[in-house]
Design a protein around this ligand. Structure first.
Ligand code: NI
Length: 496
């Protein structure tokens, strides 16, 4: 049949060459039409997905440090181990190699413990997660935390941190920051020691001879906390005995400015011009990070504060059902504009003993608007919170965590302290309750402040797993007030 018809067509075409041309033309037109159609469809698809993405980013992470940083998860589960490792993927091979090898080394030690086995019929567990503390066009600062529970006396925590040059993938060292100068290195070491000494005093802990703990090699890697502050998030048990808790050394750029007037330091940080001869109140002009003396309860038990931003929203009541059902207290940083829509949720938070903080009215970056606008954002929100609950908040979380001296001054005037966070669950980026739960539980340390958003269904879905995971590690879930005690207006807190 087929053969016959083809033959017939061929004879026909040979007999009428004009028909052959018409056929060819038809095929060409058809193909061209298909190509144009395909192009049009693809253009509209990519345009719409781009628009969605842009809108999403504008609202949630216009200033996000995680832009361009992805996660790679490795999971192992067997009769005697349960492992979930989250590796940062920046796309810069050299950086990804360094961060992965830190996790792999920790994991190799863990595998040995697993191979040796345990006399207990429990699973050995290991988690790794990461935080990006700073990220700009040229540099990125990454902190990796691992937790291994090999059924010894205590689970072990490890922290690894670096600032990378994104172009070369190289680690920026303290000596490079110091422009290669011994004197400058020493100046930074002195300031870092001073910050740890102050931390011990604030906690009324016995003083230690810090010279033994804080040498250039220990402080070789650092992170940028913000462009006015460098930090060494050593974690627990790395440089001081575990009993000293989570230890972070911080140095104000203003306090070492005279020593780091070099091009590299100036591209990394906002280094003020060489200080004028009068060295009066050198650090009063820089944001003041406060390490609080923890409240009575949290001095004896391990406390963690769950915080929820950007609400109240349509999922908030479901979240309150979960929290109240478990007797867990949390802190809500609410938007004034949202409080107007859901005043009932706010009353309920207040009645159940949760704490309410101010997250501005409309979620602007407060460092990009003028003082009068900052004042309006905060005061109007305080007012609606008071109308709904009868109480004026004392804590605020600036949108995106963005503050400068001017903003802090305005917050102080409104009677608000600035509560940032130590664990970012990135629940806006990964709408996956298991990933969110993993980040919260893996990142938790005594005194941790965990950042989430109750406007996403997946974040609320993650809460039972988080409560369970933290309870298993012996943490009490508390409000910011319970964690930090009374806070100072205008000061910044990142953890307890
Ligand atoms: Ni927010």
């Amino acid at each position: 049949m087929k053969r016959y018809s083809r033959k017939r067509l061929q004879t026909k075409l040979r007999a009428h060459p004009r028909i052959a041309w018409r056929w060819l033309l038809l095929v060409v037109l058809l193909l061209a039409g298909l190509a144009v159609g395909y192009w049009l469809v693809m253009r509209s698809v990519s345009k719409s997905s781009l628009q969605v993405k842009k809108q999403y980013e504008q609202y949630y992470f216009a200033d996000s440090k995680y832009k361009g940083v992805k996660s790679r998860f490795v999971r192992r589960e067997s009769g005697n181990e349960r492992v979930l490792l989250e590796y940062p993927v920046t796309g810069q091979e050299a950086i990804d190699r360094v961060t992965a090898s830190a996790i792999d080394q920790a994991d190799a030690a863990f595998r040995q413990s697993v191979a040796h086995g345990s006399q207990f019929p429990y699973l050995m567990t290991e988690t790794a997660s990461f935080q990006v503390t700073h990220h700009d066009k040229a540099y990125i600062s990454i902190v990796i935390t691992t937790r291994q529970d090999t059924l010894g006396a205590h689970p072990s925590f490890m922290t690894y941190f670096w600032t990378f040059d994104k172009t070369t993938g190289n680690i920026v060292t303290l000596r490079e920051l110091a422009g290669g100068s011994d004197r400058a290195v020493q100046a930074v070491l002195d300031q870092a020691k001073k910050s740890i000494t102050e931390l011990l005093q604030q906690q009324s802990k016995p003083p230690l001879a810090l010279g033994d703990f804080m040498s250039e090699s220990v402080l070789r890697n650092f992170v940028i906390a913000d462009r006015q502050t460098i930090a060494w998030p050593f974690g627990q048990g790395a440089i001081l005995p575990s009993a000293y808790g989570d230890v972070t050394a911080r140095v104000s750029v203003a306090d070492i400015a005279a020593h780091i007037q070099n091009p590299l330091a100036k591209s990394l940080l906002s280094v003020p011009e060489p200080p004028k001869p009068k060295p009066q109140s050198p650090s009063s002009s820089t944001p003041q990070y406060i390490r609080p003396s923890t409240s009575a309860d949290c001095a004896t038990t391990k406390c963690v504060a769950l915080t929820f931003d950007d609400g109240p929203g349509v999922h908030t009541n479901r979240l309150l059902d979960m929290l109240d059902g478990q007797g867990v207290k949390a802190t809500f940083f609410v938007l004034g504009s949202q409080v107007q829509k859901h005043p009932g949720s706010l009353r309920r938070m207040q009645m159940s003993g949760h704490q309410i903080g101010n997250h501005s009215w409309g979620h602007p970056d407060l460092t990009h608007i003028d003082s009068a606008q900052v004042q309006r954002e905060m005061i109007n929100t305080n007012t609606v919170i008071q109308q709904a609950t009868g109480h004026v908040p004392t804590i605020a979380r600036p949108p995106y965590g963005a503050v400068n001296n001017e903003v802090l001054a305005q917050l102080a005037q409104a009677g608000l302290s600035s509560i940032l966070w130590s664990v970012d669950t990135r629940d806006w980026a990964d709408r996956d309750n298991q990933i969110i739960c993993h980040r919260a539980v893996a990142g938790a340390r005594a005194g941790a402040i965990i950042l989430m958003h109750d406007i996403h269904a997946t974040s609320v879905d993650a809460v039972p797993c988080i409560i369970d995971g933290l309870a298993k590690q012996g943490y009490s879930l508390v409000t910011i007030r319970q964690l930090l005690g009374a806070t100072v207006p205008g000061a910044i807190y990142t953890s307890g």
